[in-house]
Design a protein around this ligand. Structure first.
Ligand code: G4P
Length: 539
C-alpha cells in the first residue's frame, strides 16, 4: 500500500521543527542553558537576557508578588528560534515542584526533552518525577551533565546513578577530561577528538580548540598528568558501554549523555546539534478517533496551558496551543470540539525569545498563543471540522486541601467565578462537595494556594479565608454500572464531591479510610489521575 501523499510544503516544514523542553531540579542550570541555547540560535544577543526577563516579569506583574518573594519561577513560556535550518520551539517549565502539574502539561506538548543534571548533586528528586512523566510518552531524552567546572562527582558514578535511579540506559557521547579547576575539556567519543575548555571564555561560535585522536602526542604534551586516565576511561567506555543507538534513543530507552558547563558555554552547541540531528520532528498523535499525522493538510491541535496576565497592562489570558497537523493561517475558522461550535482564530501570537509577534504561519510542533476569554480550557481540541480529541493531558489527585469562603458574604459569587476560572486555567483544582455545598480547593503543592489567594485578591477583588480541610487525598471514581454507583453514593455521600467537569470524586480523610473503602468496594475504580475533559462516570 502506498503511503498517503501529504502536501510537500507541510512535509518539508514539519521535518524542520523540533519542539522540546528542558527538565531539571531547581538550580541545576536550566535557565543558564536556556540562555546559552538562545545565544547560539541568535535569538538573543546578550547573555543575561533570560534572567533579566525573569526579573522584568517580577517587576511588572502583581500576582507574581508570590513568585518575587520566593525567588522562584512560577510561570512557563515558549521561545521559538531558528538554528541550522531548523525551527526550534523551546518550552520553558516552572522549576518549583509545587507547580509540577503545569510542567506535566507542558511535557505533553513536546517531542523531546533535555535533562540537565548538576554533576555535583547527581539525580535529584524533581528530575526523577519529571523523567517519569517523559517515560509515560517515551519522550526521547538528551542528558546534559552540567557544572563540570566545579568539583563534582565521578562521571562513571553519575552514569550509574542515572541508569539505576531513572531506569534509562546511558550512551555517553562525550567524556570529560578532569573537573573543577582541572577541567580541560570533553572528548567526543564519536569523532575521536578532544574539545579544549578554557575557563572564563564565552564562546558562541564553537571555535574551541580541538585535538584529533586519542593517541595524539599533543594530549601528552598538554596534559601529562591526566591523559592516561582519559585513555583508560575511553577504552573502558568503548568496550563496556553500548554505543549511541538512534532507534533506542527515539524509543526513549537510551539517553545520549553530554558533559559540559552551561555558564561557560561549553558543550551547549553539542546539545543543539543533538536536537537537530537526533531529536524527532513532530510525531503522529492520538486524536481519540484516529492517529493524526503532522503533515496532514487539515489543521488540528490542542490547548496544553492557559496563562493569565502575561501582559499586566491587559488582563489577558492566553491559551497555549500545540499545532498537531495542517497549517495555521491568520483569521482561519476552526471548530471548538468541546463546545461544538465554530471559532475564528484572529490575533494569534508566536512567542519569540524576546517578544511575542502576530503569528503568520504555524505548522505541527509550533506553539501559538490564542487570546482567550474563558472559552478555551486546558485539553481542548480545535480542528477544521473533524471530531478529534487529543489525549494525554493529566490531572493528578491533589494531596493538599483547603475550603475557600469569602470574608464578605456579598462577594461569594465573585469567589465562585474566580475559582472556576482559575480551575479552568489549571492553577488549582476545584471540587464541589455534595453535602455541605462548599468549594474545596485541591493542590499538589502548597504554593498553588498562595498564588490563587494572591490572584483572587488582585484580579477578582475577593478577600477569602482558606480553612484547612480534614481531607488527605482524593480519587476519581469509576463505576461498572448505575446500580453500584447509586449504592456507593448513598453510603458514601459525605465523602463525595464533583470536579470542574462534573466527575465524581471520593475524598478520603486519611490513607486508612481510603484503603478500607477501596476494600469494601472492590468493583469501584479509584483513580489517581484523569485526563482533561475526560468523563468518568462509567469505567
Ligand atoms: P535553574 O534555572 O535550573 O534553577 O538554574 P540556573 O540556570 O539559574 O543556575 C543555578 C545556579 O547555577 C546559578 O548560580 C548559575 O550561575 C549556576 N550555574 C549554571 N551553570 C553552571 C556551570 O556550568 N558551572 C557553574 N559553576 N555554575 C553554573 P547562582 O549563583 O544561583 O545565580 P547567578 O548569581 O549566577 O545568577
Amino acid at each position: 500500500m502506498n503511503a498517503p501523499a501529504y502536501p510537500p510544503d507541510l512535509v518539508r516544514d514539519v521535518a524542520r521543527r523540533r519542539t522540546f523542553a528542558i527538565i531539571s531540579h531547581p538550580d541545576a542550570g536550566k535557565t543558564t542553558l536556556t540562555e546559552k541555547l538562545l545565544l547560539y540560535g541568535g535569538a538573543i544577543l546578550l547573555a543575561g537576557t533570560v534572567k533579566a526577563r525573569k526579573s522584568a516579569r517580577h517587576a511588572t506583574s502583581d500576582w507574581m508578588e508570590v513568585e518575587k518573594q520566593r525567588g522562584i519561577s512560577v510561570t512557563s513560556s515558549v521561545m521559538q528560534f531558528d538554528y541550522a535550518g531548523h525551527t526550534i520551539n523551546l518550552l520553558d517549565t516552572p522549576g518549583h515542584q509545587d507547580f509540577s502539574e503545569d510542567t506535566y502539561r507542558v511535557l505533553t506538548a513536546v517531542d523531546a526533552a533535555v535533562m540537565v543534571i548538576d554533576a555535583a548533586k547527581g539525580v535529584e528528586a524533581q528530575t526523577i518525577k519529571l523523567l517519569e512523566v517523559c517515560r509515560l510518552r517515551d519522550t526521547p531524552i538528551i542528558t546534559f551533565v552540567n557544572k563540570m567546572d566545579r568539583e563534582v562527582r565521578e562521571p562513571l558514578a553519575l552514569l550509574e546513578e542515572i541508569e539505576a535511579v531513572l531506569g534509562i540506559d546511558c550512551a555517553p557521547v562525550s567524556w570529560p577530561l578532569g573537573m573543577g579547576k582541572a577541567f580541560r575539556g570533553v572528548f567526543d567519543l564519536r569523532h575521536d577528538r578532544l574539545k579544549r575548555f578554557t575557563p572564563g571564555e564565552e564562546r558562541v561560535t564553537g571555535d574551541a580548540e580541538e585535538i584529533v585522536g586519542l593517541d595524539n602526542p599533543r594530549l601528552d604534551e598538554l596534559y601529562p598528568g591526566e591523559v592516561a586516565a582519559l585513555r583508560h576511561d575511553v577504552a573502558l567506555l568503548r568496550s563496556a558501554s553500548p554505543p549511541f543507538d538512534l532507534d533506542r534513543f527515539l524509543a526513549g530507552r537510551q539517553t545520549s549523555v553530554f558533559f559540559g558547563s552551561g555558564i561557560n558555554n561549553f558543550g551547549v552547541q553539542e546539545i543543539l546539534e543533538a536536537l537537530t540531528q537526533w531529536a524527532p520532528p513532530p510525531q503522529p498523535r492520538d486524536g481519540g478517533t484516529r492517529v493524526v499525522h503532522p503533515a496532514e493538510a487539515p489543521f488540528s491541535g490542542f490547548v496544553f496551558k492557559i496563562q493569565a496576565n502575561m501582559d499586566p497592562k491587559h488582563r489577558d489570558r492566553i491559551a497555549f496551543f500545540r499545532v498537531c497537523s495542517g497549517r495555521y493561517a491568520p483569521g482561519m475558522k476552526v471548530r471548538h470540539l468541546r463546545l461544538g461550535r465554530e471559532m475564528k482564530l484572529g490575533n494569534v501570537m508566536t512567542f519569540m525569545a524576546q517578544e511575542r509577534v502576530m503569528s503568520e504561519d504555524a505548522v505541527a510542533g509550533d506553539i501559538i498563543g490564542i487570546h482567550n476569554h474563558g472559552q478555551l480550557h486546558i485539553g481542548d481540541t480545535l480542528t477544521e471540522g473533524e471530531e478529534l480529541d487529543f489525549k494525554g493531558i493529566p490531572y493528578f489527585a491533589p494531596e493538599l486541601f483547603r475550603v475557600a469562603r469569602s470574608r464578605d458574604p456579598l462577594k461569594t459569587k465573585q469567589l465562585t467565578k474566580g475559582l472556576k476560572e482559575l480551575g479552568e486555567e489549571g492553577a488549582i483544582q476545584v471540587f464541589e462537595t455534595e453535602q455541605s455545598n462548599t468549594l474545596l480547593l485541591g493542590a499538589v503543592g502548597q504554593l498553588q494556594f498562595e498564588v490563587v489567594a494572591a490572584r483572587l485578591a488582585s484580579e477578582y477583588k475577593v478577600d477569602a479565608i482558606y480553612d484547612p480541610a480534614s481531607i488527605s487525598t482524593a480519587r476519581w471514581l469509576t463505576f461498572p454500572d448505575d446500580n453500584l454507583r447509586r449504592n456507593f453514593e448513598r453510603e458514601q455521600a459525605s465523602a463525595l464531591a464533583t470536579d470542574v467537569d462534573g466527575n465524581p470524586v471520593f475524598l478520603a480523610t486519611n490513607r486508612y479510610n481510603l484503603q478500607v473503602t477501596m476494600e469494601r468496594w472492590p468493583k469501584v475504580g479509584f483513580r489517581t489521575t484523569r485526563e482533561h475533559g475526560e468523563r468518568l462516570a462509567h469505567a
